[in-house]
Design a protein around this ligand. Structure first.
Ligand code: PLP
Length: 380
């Protein structure tokens, strides 16, 4: 049934061997910088590459500060702590999401509230958010209170799905109006821009991931970006075991975390960052090739939303229904082409099934139909 798609993907990647969903590319200074790390013996969480990365990422995104972390999940955890999310608080996010976002809410003993996404961005819907807040909350003592539970809604974490920016400026205005702290999960959207601004800088805090499957990788790594000096200092403090600076004394003034990115990982990442613009160029070329092909087929290619520039991290298509989706997944995977469905909705996972949910029609619709197709860069 999907023979033409299978042939097209095999022709595009010029192989009938296994085609992964997304493999990293190491074409620059990766080995040189890793060797420099080893030769200098600075392989752990102190070293020039961690600082270099933070400086370069801040410059790239135009955030004033970037704080490197061990991965995107630890960055989310710290971001929630900085938003003062504690036991019994609530955090709004999308149910069409990767589990790490919701896990980090649980690390703070808080509960997620799931709101719907927009079909075209696959990210949190500002209209659904606005409606939910006006129908279900009231402001008391400058805090947003959930009328149903009486709990404080402290933060909101929208996500830029597969690199496609959501309508983050509208979400920011709504959060500001309801005194809700905005954390942007930009784990998948390094190199994606919304209205000419990098994703992650609309929120008080933005979070990124440099896992092996991302557009640039540190092997494992993450970061927090912010333009707020106090939050930046606290983020650095919390991720480095809350040790107060001193030449020789060990003094930690609170419970901190060992979440700093090691220099080895940062060395890899600095080399990757040097090639980000090349990667973005090649990703866009591949997305254009797919778009042209799917334009004349009965499958829909998920294009970047208007007013945004996506990094096209993971390309995706939308099938007519779940039956066709499963058929597509079976046929492609049996032909050595790695394809994957979008995530199971978070409210269907055992640890989040009792969470409060708004109407999730778009999330349900997308869950049944969206499939990721191979997205590795071809040239280079
Ligand atoms: C949306 C989203 N949030 C958070 C994460 C967590 O990042 P990490 O795997 O680096 O912990 C990921 C990806 O892995 C992600 O896709």
């Amino acid at each position: 049934m999907f023979k033409d798609v299978i042939n097209f993907i095999q022709d595009t990647y010029k192989t009938k061997e296994f085609i992964p969903l997304h493999e990293p590319k190491f074409i620059g200074n990766e080995k040189k910088y890793l060797n420099e790390c080893i030769d200098s013996t600075f392989v752990s969480s102190v070293g020039r590459f961690v600082n270099d990365f933070e400086k370069k990422m801040a410059e790239y995104t135009t955030a004033k500060y970037a704080i490197a972390t061990s991965n995107g999940t630890s960055a989310l955890h710290i971001a929630l702590l900085l938003a003062d999310v504690t036991s019994n608080d609530e955090v709004i996010t999308q149910s069409l999401n990767f589990v790490a976002t919701c896990n980090s809410i649980s690390y703070c003993n808080a509960s997620p509230i799931f709101i719907d996404v927009d079909k075209n961005t696959m990210g949190l819907s500002p209209s659904a958010l606005k409606e939910f807040l006006s129908n279900n909350t009231s402001i008391k003592n400058q805090q947003c209170i959930n009328n149903k539970t009486g709990k404080i809604i402290k933060a909101c974490i929208p996500m830029h799905t597969f690199g496609h920016p959501c309508r983050i400026d509208e979400i920011k205005d709504i959060c500001d109006n309801h005194n809700i702290f905005l954390i942007e999960d930009a784990a998948e959207s390094v190199g994606s821009f919304y209205k000419d601004k990098h994703t992650g800088i609309y929120g008080q805090l933005g979070v990124m991931s440099f896992n092996g499957n991302k557009i640039i990788t540190a092997g494992g790594g993450g970061c927090i970006i912010t333009s707020d000096e106090i939050l930046a200092k606290k983020a650095k403090h919390l991720t480095t075991t809350a040790k107060t600076p001193h030449k020789w004394d060990f003094y930690h003034d609170m419970v901190g975390y060992n979440y700093r990115m090691p220099n080895l990982n940062a060395a890899l990442l600095v080399a990757q960052l040097e090639n980000l613009d090349n990667f973005l160029h090649e990703k866009r070329k591949l997305a254009n090739i797919y778009e042209e092909f799917f334009h004349v087929s009965d499958l829909t290619f998920a294009k970047e939303p208007i007013e945004s520039k996506s990094n096209y991290w993971l390309n995706s298509i939308i099938l007519d229904n779940k039956l066709k989706r499963d058929k597509f997944l079976n046929e492609t995977n049996s032909q050595n082409i790695m394809t994957r469905p979008i995530w199971t909705l978070m409210n269907k996972l055992p640890m989040f099934e009792s969470a409060q949910c708004d109407d999730l029609s778009n999330s349900e619709w997308l869950e049944q139909r969206v499939v990721n197709i191979p997205s590795s860069i071809i040239a280079l």
